[in-house]
Design a protein around this ligand. Structure first.
Ligand code: ATP
Ligand code: MG
Length: 270
């Protein structure tokens, strides 16, 4: 599982999910035992039908209170994350780009980003260690330039009135600024026009490296052309049912999920 070399047996993966189960507040189990290991320098694509639990898994990784881990382990650097609040998980280097980013009225993109960066810096330093404003502005401008986010967006309220594509770009802008160790991107490609898709995918590809690994949840093979996933996981009914390389995404694009979902083959599903 994500371990092409024997060496990995000795070295713990950066992010490890072991038999992870996730339930809703009413007890309904959505994620039914997932094993996944993600290291820096790796991109894992997760593809699966609507409603199979991909976003639920992403929320549970981030510590969303509506999604409870009921069984299994979730480890970052060998440290148990399950009892850790969402903000501490972020400070420890986890990042989620939401499928449906929420508006934060009254908080500009710039101030949101500076607060987020300063929270991470504070956690690292053990005391307040705010990023100097000139350094912050320079980094922000460079990242906006790279991701082709218009300058005027920096002073707008986060996601308020943003177009679908603008929200997605600003999510990736946050990722570029926060420099997480593991980024989980939930359908970041949905709603992007062709140029934006290339820009955003290029931004992700640039960031995956010695300092970051990524989980890319997507419905479409297209973004994978630009991101080059190392692994593709097929996610059906709360479980990973198949794993492979990029060729698996092509197969799914051509054939759909029928082979993995008896219910679909029988005429159920969407
Ligand atoms: N907060 C919630 N309350 C009630 N049901 C929920 C909640 N969150 C998720 N679900 C249900 O859990 C199932 C999995 O949803 P989830 O959003 O994880 O699917 P998904 O694989 O991300 O689908 P999509 O590809 O459409 O984004 C769905 O049936 C959904 O209705
Ligand atoms: Mg989803």
């Amino acid at each position: 599982m994500g371990t092409p070399t024997g060496a990995r047996i000795l070295i713990m993966a950066l992010l490890e999910l072991k038999n992870l189960h996730v339930a809703l507040e009413d007890g309904t189990e959505i994620v039914k035992g997932v094993d996944l290991a993600v290291n820096t320098n790796e991109t894992h694509a997760v593809m699966g039908p609507n409603g199979s639990g991909k976003s639920t898994l992403a929320y549970a990784l981030m510590g969303h209170p509506a999604y409870e881990i009921t069984e299994g382990e979730l480890l970052l650097d060998g440290e148990d994350l399950t009892q850790m609040e969402a903000d501490r998980r972020a400070q420890n280097g986890l990042f989620l780009a939401f499928q449906y980013p929420h508006a934060v009225p009254g908080v500009t993109v710039t101030s949101f980003m500076r607060s987020a960066i300063n929270a991470v810096r504070k956690a690292k330093a053990g005391e307040d260690d705010p990023i100097p404003i000139p350094e912050f502005r320079q980094e922000l401008m460079a990242a906006m330039e790279q991701l082709k986010v218009p300058r005027e967006m920096a002073s707008r309220y986060l996601n308020e009135g943003f177009s679908g594509g603008e929200k997605k770009r600003v999510e990736i802008l946050q990722m570029a600024m926060l420099k997480p160790r593991i980024a989980v991107l939930d359908e970041t490609d949905s709603g992007l026009d062709i140029d934006a898709l290339k820009i955003v995918a290029g931004g992700v590809k640039d960031l995956v490296g010695p300092n970051m690994g990524a989980i890319v949840i997507t419905h479409y093979q297209r973004i994978l052309n630009y991101i080059d996933p190392d692994y593709v996981h097929v996610f059906v009914d709360g479980r990973i049912v198949e794993e492979g390389g990029p060729e698996l995404a092509h197969k799914l694009e051509a054939e759909g999920y029928e082979a993995f979902t008896p219910a679909l083959a029988a005429g159920g599903g969407e």
